[in-house]
Design a protein around this ligand. Structure first.
Ligand code: ADP
Ligand code: ZN
Length: 787
């Protein structure tokens, strides 16, 4: 194996290929697939690369050798390498996109330009190293060029890791006898004597503690090191979960319920690798089952990955896991500090961290020996990546588990139809938890008919009475409404003008009681506007958001406190955790929030849930609309009555007769899903077909339109010509035709399962590689996947 095929981390789609390099003799036998290397790339340049495969075959061209191998700590693991293959095959990712997806951002390399002084000039002596920054501050580009040419300087590219482990310096005494040691130190050296005395009975002490305790400086200590009295060693400071969350001790050592025990046994009895879907009603204690399976995997020396849909859910879940497992838990999410992340990833790689909890991208961690994957709330939309590569984490995990013989358990009260279909086809075994845990009862779900009420009623008297009664019992409420801000938009009463974003073809959302306009797509803000800019008449608010509900509640219940929970709040982790803690402690009486609230929150004192406007969920222009509405209503209703007090969920709607409510009230998931599947089968939607959406964006409206037409014509013709069982539909404009100054167009492909890979290959060559020159340079084109 003298040659390596390397993925180069340089972005260019045309270069979606491997590059061959020679393995120099000193590295031979030491380089494997997954190693990260530095290789020459381009004239006099270097690039960071990943060894993808090895070969003995000598290429016909002259190959250059690998320059450097990065430490084994940074090597990619088996799960990462296999995931890269899936990302390529299933989601049309380029090599580089796949590499960047699995590479933790804290393990990325920084490329620095360095110059070495070869002949002395100005104040510089020979062998002195000058950074690019320093040199460009002092000399012009022309001067630097001249110095290089005349042989004063030589230029190198130096790769260095962006982030490093946090380290601590430990000081250790080397002397046996303190009196003997002091005898050799001058009586005037007061500080040194103090240090020697201080260390006399200690094994070791961090440098910073020693300097503080003895009022000495680092220099004093290093002098004693030179004198042979002390030694200093540097050690990596390990990240500990206790830094992250204080455990709440409610479930400590709680035994499994009989139903939970049965599920654990059923899972253990499955053929390996085990693959199951746990359908457990809200509050049934799915987490307790996950923990039990994690314990078993740990006993057999394997690592465990637990995926959660929302970063905001991790503190609660991590607390529960850390109470019951005696191992360090690696938590991966955006808010962990880089130095800690470096540490976590390294210890996952060595197998020191055995349990990893995180959002979607935690699946890319460099596991040494992954034995179990748990995916909580598997139906959540957040498992789908919104950036390229647009993978679906549940689907990815299932493929990974199958290929590498890893056990997997997906859990939800309301599984996605896509996943549930895998039970029908035999790829997943269904397991059930049908009862809420302990004394908890599933909440009673009731429909509130809004049709007879005055038109802009937000809160029906039924709901207000229920809130009053709930507060009277000193219990808490959760109100759900899926719209952030104060109002959906502002419109002119007389001319119909709607106030839009400057950058997007999107109406601006009204915030702060009407004082702010905000664009949800680009973040653009604008102060309030009272008069219509087009005709001068009054602008009125249309549609209402959670701020308005909070306003009404504060008027109705002036002595109570309410907090708003939406995605803006969850982006501020600390504030979000504070809000939830205050709610748990009873300092807040009610939460009013968007769909964030549906996600796994567990508060025993919440006995009332209100859904302000269910109609808004039912009428989304999307084939997933019923499924999402069912899931959301069931999950939200599941937030009430989780403790020992019974709970009620009130759903306000203008269509009380809608058939969906029947399923929701009865929690008849089986019938709902059966009917929904039949419908999709007939109409041709996932899980029975695959959908690809080709998304086109361009600053030029006509270019976007023509691009869509050109792709449509090409694929339509080629499907027919090659007899491929797939359909491409005439281009459409997405709901919002322009976002951030870019016009958008869209092509939908409906593809029979058998043709999925053939069609994807055609899309890969046509769009990713641009082999047939179909892609206009004025356009961004990418592919989205559904099924
Ligand atoms: P789910 O995720 O299924 O909705 P949870 O895992 O949040 O349910 O559990 C619901 C509640 O029941 C939690 O407060 C949890 O601590 C408690 N619980 C579940 N199983 C047990 C158990 N075996 N012993 C004690 N408490 C449990
Ligand atoms: Zn905008």
């Amino acid at each position: 194996m003298c040659y390596a095929n390397v993925i180069i981390n340089v972005k260019t789609r045309q270069l979606d290929k491997l590059f061959t390099y020679a393995i120099p003799p000193e590295l031979r036998g030491n380089i494997l697939a997954g190693h990260r290397v530095v290789v020459p790339f381009g004239k006099g340049q270097f690039a960071d690369g990943l060894v993808w495969s090895l070969t003995t075959e000598k290429p016909s061209f002259n190959v250059k050798p690998i320059v450097e191998k990065l430490p084994d700590d940074y090597m990619l693991g088996p799960t990462q390498l296999y995931i890269m293959q899936i990302l390529r095959k299933r989601y049309a990712a380029t090599y580089q996109e796949a590499y960047l997806a699995v590479l933790p951002s804290v393990q990325k390399l920084d490329k620095n330009l360095l110059y070495t002084v070869v002949r002395p000039f100005d104040d510089y002596t020979i062998d002195h190293i000058i950074t690019n920054r320093e040199l460009t501050e002092l000399y012009s580009q022309a001067e630097i060029k001249a110095k290089l040419k005349a042989g004063y300087l030589s230029k190198q590219t130096k790769f260095d890791f962006k982030h490093k482990n946090k380290t601590v310096e430990w000081v250790k005494p080397l002397y046996q006898d303190v009196t003997e040691a002091l005898a050799t130190i001058a009586p005037r050296a007061v500080k040194k004597r103090r240090i020697i005395k201080h260390m006399a009975h200690l094994q070791r002490l961090p440098m910073r503690d020693l300097t503080a305790a003895t009022r000495a400086t680092r220099r004093d200590i290093l002098a004693l090191v030179d004198g042979g009295f002390l030694a200093v060693e540097e050690q990596i400071e390990n990240y500990a979960i206790s830094n992250y969350t204080a455990a709440d001790s409610t479930t400590q050592h709680k035994p499994l319920s009989a139903e939970q025990q049965r599920v654990v046994e059923q899972y253990a009895a499955l053929n390996t690798p085990r693959a199951a879907l746990l359908i457990g009603v809200t509050g049934s204690g799915k987490t307790r089952v996950y923990i039990e399976l994690a314990k078993q995997a740990l006993q057999s020396g394997k690592q465990v990955l637990v995926l959660v849909p929302e970063i905001s859910l991790t503190p609660q879940l991590v607390a529960r896991f850390s109470e019951q497992l005696t191992t360090d838990i690696g938590v991966i999410h955006t808010y962990i500090r880089p130095a800690d992340k470096v540490n976590i990833y390294q210890r996952i790689k060595t197998g020191d961290i055995k349990v990893v909890i995180g959002a979607r991208s935690a699946i890319f961690a460099p596991f040494k020996q992954l034995g179990l994957i748990v995916i909580d709330e598997e139906h959540e939309y957040s498992y789908k990546s919104e950036t390229i590569p647009r993978y679906q984490a549940v689907e990815l995990a299932l493929q990974l588990a199958k290929k590498l013989s890893i056990d997997i358990l997906l859990g939800s009260a309301t599984p996605s139809i896509q996943t549930h279909h895998l039970v029908d086809t035999g790829s997943l075994k269904a397991l059930y938890l049908k009862n809420a845990f302990g004394p908890a009862q599933l909440s009673d779900i009731k429909i509130v008919d809004m049709t007879a009420l005055p038109k802009d009623t937000l809160l029906s008297s039924l709901l207000i009475d229920a809130i009053t009664a709930c507060f009277a019992r000193r219990e808490q409420v959760i109100l759900f409404h899926n719209r952030k801000g104060y109002a959906r938009s502002k419109q002119c009463h007389s001319c119909g003008y709607v106030h839009m974003c400057q950058n997007c073809a999107v109406p601006l959302t009204v915030y702060e009681g009407g004082n702010q306009f905000v664009c949800h797509y680009c973040g653009y803000r604008e102060p309030q506007l009272i008069k219509c800019p087009s005709c001068g008449n009054q602008l009125v608010e249309i549609g209402f958001g959670i701020e308005q509900i909070q306003q009404q509640l504060s008027v109705l219940f002036p002595t109570k406190t309410f907090a708003v929970v939406d995605s803006d709040l969850t982006h501020n982790q600390a504030k979000y955790i504070d809000t939830l803690t205050a709610f748990k402690a009873g300092q807040i009486d009610g939460l009013i929030g968007t769909q964030i609230l549906a996600k796994g929150l567990d508060f025993a004192n919440v006995t009332l849930v209100g859904v302000i406007l269910a109609d808004q969920l039912i009428h989304m222009p999307d084939y997933l609309s019923s499924e999402n509405a069912y899931q959301l209503l069931t999950q939200v209703a599941g937030r009430a009555g989780r403790g020992d007090k019974p709970g009620v969920a009130l759903i306000q709607t203008y269509q009380p007769e809608h058939p969906l409510f029947d399923y929701v009230i009865k929690r008849d998931f089986d019938s709902f899903i059966k009917e929904e599947k039949q419908l999709r089968d007939i109409v041709g939607y996932p899980p029975y077909v695959t959908l690809f959406t080709v998304k086109i964006q361009s600053e030029n409206k006509i270019a976007a339109h023509q691009q869509a037409q050109r792709l449509y014509a090409f694929y339509d013709k080629n499907f027919k010509r090659n007899d491929i069982d797939a359909q491409v539909f005439q281009p459409i404009q997405p709901y919002y035709a322009r976002i951030r100054h870019r016009y958008r167009a869209q092509l939908l492909f409906k593809v029979k399962k058998e043709s999925r890979s053939a069609v994807l290959t055609m899309l890969y060559y046509g769009i990713v590689q641009n082999k047939y020159n179909l892609v206009d340079s004025k356009c961004w084109v990418d592919i989205d996947f559904d099924g």
